[in-house]
Design a protein around this ligand. Structure first.
Ligand SMILES: Nc1ncnc2c1ncn2[C@@H]1O[C@H](COP(=O)(O)OP(=O)(O)O)[C@@H](O)[C@H]1O
Ligand SMILES: [Mg+2]
Ligand SMILES: [Zn+2]
Length: 255
């Protein structure tokens, strides 16, 4: 029909609808009968990058890294694993083997506790973080690491400071964590309030069969005295393990 405008004119000059970058347009035959932009290389590239980033964020390694990042473990210990722990003596090998067994038997032994005791520098924190590490990786456990003095200070801050998290906001995540590593047990001053606070936390975990790894520089009998019979008794239920790290400090070794 003469006089009717050819719909295929003019050719669009608009850029990519998403990023504005120049793109080529192609006329799509009926039934589409419209100008369509050819895929924009930049957007396709960005999309591919986004897909790759999303896939790597979901990768097992990324998930484990995120868990460890949220565990509150000190950055020094992020690379301290059971694999990087060097067992040089029979006693060290035995304790390391027990730590590995704890990880391997995790699924079958809910609520099982561990106590690592021994002098400073023996590698107790390393081993405890190694357990947390291994469980984050192999059993997707969301472990939390906290030192007793830090925990008690945080709770006290909640009493004294209006803008600090309340006691329940501090304690709740520790009650529900898949694994709790409680370090520096015994560094507290041992007031009744401290004892009751720790007992309530640990008892809540015990009642819900949630495992706790205790780390202390105290001897086993000192630990018993500080924590009290009721708690120590609970340690043995579900096959709890007492691991005595009776060897000299790694920091001071001469070899
Ligand atoms: N057997 C070991 N193999 C490798 N590193 C060790 C070993 N023992 C201790 N360390 C390292 O020595 C330092 C002190 O250990 P740490 O776990 O803090 O001791 P503890 O908690 O018993 O005081 C840490 O950096 C730890 O990684
Ligand atoms: Mg330590
Ligand atoms: Zn584009």
């Amino acid at each position: 029909m003469s006089g009717e405008r050819d719909p295929r004119l003019p050719v669009p000059t608009r850029g990519c609808p998403d990023c504005g970058r120049p793109v080529r347009w192609e006329w799509a035959e009926p039934p589409v009968s419209a100008w369509c932009p050819l895929p924009c290389l930049l957007c396709a590239h960005r999309g591919a990058e986004r897909d790759a980033a999303a896939a790597s964020a979901r990768s097992p390694q990324a998930v484990t890294d995120r868990r460890l990042g949220e565990s509150q473990m000190g950055t020094r210990f992020l690379d301290r694993t059971l694999d990087t722990y060097q067992a040089e003596t029979p006693a060290q090998r035995a304790v390391l083997a027990k730590c590995r067994a704890y990880v391997a038997e995790w699924a079958d032994r809910p609520g099982r506790m561990v106590l690592l005791c021994g002098r400073p520098g023996a590698g107790k924190t390393h081993l405890a973080c190694g357990i947390l590490h291994a469980l984050a990786e192999s059993a997707q456990v969301d472990g939390v690491y906290v030192k007793v003095p830090t925990l008690l200070r945080r709770i006290k801050d909640g009493f004294d400071q209006d803008d600090a998290p309340s006691q329940s906001e501090v304690v709740e995540p520790l009650m529900t964590a898949g694994l709790l590593v409680l370090d520096e047990v015994g560094v507290q001053s041992g007031t009744d309030w401290e004892r009751v606070t720790l007992f309530d936390l640990l008892n809540a975990r015990y009642e819900n069969r949630r495992s706790t790894v205790f780390v202390t520089n105290l001897t086993y009998s000192e630990f018993e005295r500080v924590m009290g019979d009721r708690l120590v008794d609970r340690l043995y239920e579900d096959g709890g393990m007492v691991l005595k790290c009776d060897w000299p400090s790694w920091r001071r070794r001469t070899t």
